[in-house]
Design a protein around this ligand. Structure first.
Ligand code: UD1
Ligand code: CA
Length: 456
């Protein structure tokens, strides 16, 4: 049987106090709704319907269009049952429909698969429940004397006795399309909240004599919904715990998993060490024996084997070859390629540049829009003047070039192979290969010169 989940994502999220629709708030740098979509995709869903409403435009713009996504607009939020009905054109009679929630981001595909399997095995309606220390706010699972589930009573409609039940409704459920549609059409809004409750389906099914089954979810946080920033932060930490757990199990050494955040996908080779306070964003690939010292931010980078990223470095969209040393306090900006055995030292900014094999930019430099050959040594304080206020220009540096400290290379400019630039030069014309070039005014020594003295 094909599976076609429906994700409810129309709610406003008043308690987020935000102009961003709730389901777009991130967990691990990714909108919550996208986590749920990815989970549904992992079920091999043939199509995923999203019921959206609040912030409709932004929600649709943010989630990248894809053939497997169908959008159903819910103009007014009249309840979860009403929400599912908005997607009725996407409910096929013979498909398994799984209901999921755009604000419950940590749900696992393995858990939803249990609901799906229930239906395949002959259940008519499978409900995901959870045992709660504090079930307040949750719909309560009502069972008969045989333990068979017969209905869900919402908190606001529950009697004092029903409120004592600690088995809560997670909201996730599965049923065949034709059954779900039949029950949905019976839902009325005659309850404490005047809403069309999806949860009324359970009583309708039970009254029909349908086979209603439950799956108990052991992990409260997996089914926790986000209604405010505090719950979001709880789930963020849980998500990070899950990420770092996976990395630890795969053999990565993380000095303090509570101080390592992955907002995207981090892939790491063997014997990688990640020290404290590191943030990985987007797609980051680390080779074998990479060491990330404390306080680095690394975004969309490929870092080859045996590289050390020293403390307090910020790298974005760069490719780093093997045996490189980067930092401390380095800033490597997009479109930078650093070849093997190169060194980028402290207070160095590199942008849109190729640094050749074994080349060194060790201290206090800005190197931008540059192509640099092999075994180059860039002295402290060297600046590529790549911008004239309107346009950017290239600097080309050959192999084995030595640039003395405090040099300005005014682009466009080329330094030939083996060129030597005297310290303190301002280079405005090409420097020939294997030549000493300098542009420094001659030193004069004034004998007997007196220092000024303070006037009284
Ligand atoms: C719902 C369940 C409750 C369960 C709880 C778990 C119902 C009637 N109650 O209650 O049994 O214990 O979730 O958190 O289903 N939504 C829409 N459109 C609507 C209404 C809701 O898209 O018209 C979405 C919301 O954005 C939210 C989700 O559905 O993501 C749940 O809605 P909410 O109103 O928060 O339901 P609860 O009262 O929490
Ligand atoms: Ca809720």
């Amino acid at each position: 049987m094909k599976i076609t989940p429906i994700i409810l994502a129309a709610g406003k999220g008043t308690r987020m106090n935000s102009s961003l629709p709730k389901v777009l708030h991130p967990i691990g740098g990714k909108p919550m709704l996208e986590h749920v979509i990815d989970c549904c995709r992992a079920l091999d869903a043939e199509r995923i319907s999203i019921v959206y409403g609040h912030g409709a435009e932004v929600v649709q713009e943010t989630i990248s269009a894809s053939d497997d996504l169908c959008w159903a607009l819910q103009k007014e939020q009249l309840g979860t049952g009403h929400a599912v009905l908005q997607a009725k054109e996407f409910i096929d009679d013979d498909a398994i429909i799984v209901i999921a929630y755009g604000d419950v981001p940590l749900i696992k595909a393995d858990t939803l698969r249990l609901l799906q399997q229930d239906i395949t095995a002959g259940s008519d309606l499978s409900i995901l429940t959870t045992k709660l220390a504090d079930p307040i706010g949750y719909g309560r699972i009502i069972r008969d004397s045989q333990g068979q589930m017969t209905s869900i009573v919402e908190e606001k409609d529950a009697t004092d006795e029903q409120r004592l039940i600690n088995e809560g409704n997670t909201g996730f459920l599965a049923a065949k399309g034709k059954d779900l549609l039949r029950w949905l059409n019976l839902i009325k809004s005659d309850n404490a909240q005047g809403e069309y409750y999806l949860t009324d389906c359970i009583a309708f099914a039970s009254n029909e004599g349908a086979n209603v089954t439950t799956v108990l979810c052991e992990h409260e946080l997996e089914v926790l919904g986000v209604n405010d920033r505090s719950q979001q932060s709880i789930l963020e930490r849980e998500y990070q715990r899950l990420q770092t757990d996976k990395l630890l199990q795969s053999g990565v050494s993380i000095i303090d998993p509570k101080r390592c955040d992955v907002r995207g996908v981090l892939t790491a080779g063997k014997d990688v060490v990640i020290d404290v306070n590191n943030v990985f964003i987007g797609n980051v690939v680390l080779g074998n024996n990479v060491v990330i010292e404390p306080n680095c931010i690394i975004q969309d980078c490929r870092i080859a084997d045996n590289v050390t990223i020293k403390a307090n470095s910020v790298l974005e969209s760069a490719t780093i070859g093997s045996h490189c040393h980067i930092g401390p306090f380095a800033r490597v900006r997009p479109e930078t390629v650093i070849k093997d055995h190169a060194k980028v030292g402290n207070f160095v900014e590199i942008k849109k540049t190729l640094i050749g094999e074994g080349s060194k930019v060790s201290h206090l430099s800005y190197i931008g829009d540059t192509t640099m050959g092999k075994s180059v040594n860039i002295g402290a304080g060297t600046i590529t003047c790549n911008y004239d206020g309107a346009n950017k220009f290239q600097t080309i540096i050959g192999d084995n070039v030595f640039v003395g400290s405090d040099t300005q290379l005014v682009a466009p400019v080329t330094l030939g192979d083996g060129a030597n630039i005297g310290a303190g030069s301002t280079i405005t014309r090409d420097a020939p290969a294997a030549t000493l070039t300098l542009s420094r005014s001659k030193q004069i020594n004034i004998k007997g010169w007196k220092r000024p003295v303070k006037s009284k």
